[in-house]
Write a protein that binds this ligand. Structure first.
Ligand code: SF4
Length: 194
């Protein structure tokens, strides 16, 4: 088995990447570093779910540093104006910390569970991981886990896991709420015209 550090954004998004990476012959250790998640209660709830799931399944978990001030300085000012730039900065902050942990703990391979969610910016995330990992001599394990997102949703529901309905930051909470309103209005309009 090849040791791999897997940056994880939450427990539900870890399910399928862990399963598939293990099938490939990797031995994942999960790394939590997500200072983007707001408010604090939400952050703690996601972390607690990850702790519970990793402990129950014998998966090692490293809780890395989380620089909330750096997120406010480097990501928050971009705000809602430019999602690609905001998320790139956010991925950069989190994955840089995961890369630091991988180097310190002697891992050669690194991946992220962000690659399972169709709501993430897949190409941007992979680009950030690739640049940060290779700069430190690590091998980024880039996989498209997105086709397994429905299975992750099904399994996490079956396991009774806590499932959030937005990415993490306050901007994403507002964007997700607007999306839900838009979809509700579209369904109403479709019914009226049916
Ligand atoms: S939407 Fe998600 S990835 Fe993008 S800045 Fe917010 S928390 Fe970070």
């Amino acid at each position: 088995m090849t040791r791999l550090l897997l940056h994880a954004c939450c427990a539900p998004c870890s399910l399928e990447p862990v399963r598939m990476l293990e099938e490939e012959g990797f031995e994942p250790t999960i790394c939590w570093t997500n200072p983007n998640i707001q408010p604090k209660d939400e952050h703690d709830r996601r972390l607690e779910e990850l702790r519970r799931w990793t402990a129950a399944n014998g998966i090692p978990l490293i809780e890395a540093r989380e620089d909330y001030d750096a997120w406010e300085r480097g990501v928050a000012p971009i705000g809602a104006r430019d999602r690609e730039r905001r998320c790139r900065a956010c991925y950069g902050l989190r994955l840089a910390e995961a890369v630091r942990v991988a180097c310190d703990e002697g891992f050669d391979h690194i991946a992220t569970t962000l690659a399972v969610s169709p709501y993430q910016l897949f190409e941007t995330c992979n680009d950030v991981l690739m640049r940060l990992a290779t700069a430190q001599g690590l091998t980024p394990v880039i996989r498209d886990f997105r086709p397994w997102y429905p299975e992750a949703t099904r399994r996490s529901r079956e396991l009774g896991m806590y499932r959030q309905n937005y990415c993490g930051c306050r901007f994403s909470a507002a964007e997700a709420a607007l999306d839900r309103i838009r979809l509700r209005d579209e369904r109403k309009a479709a019914k009226l015209h049916a």
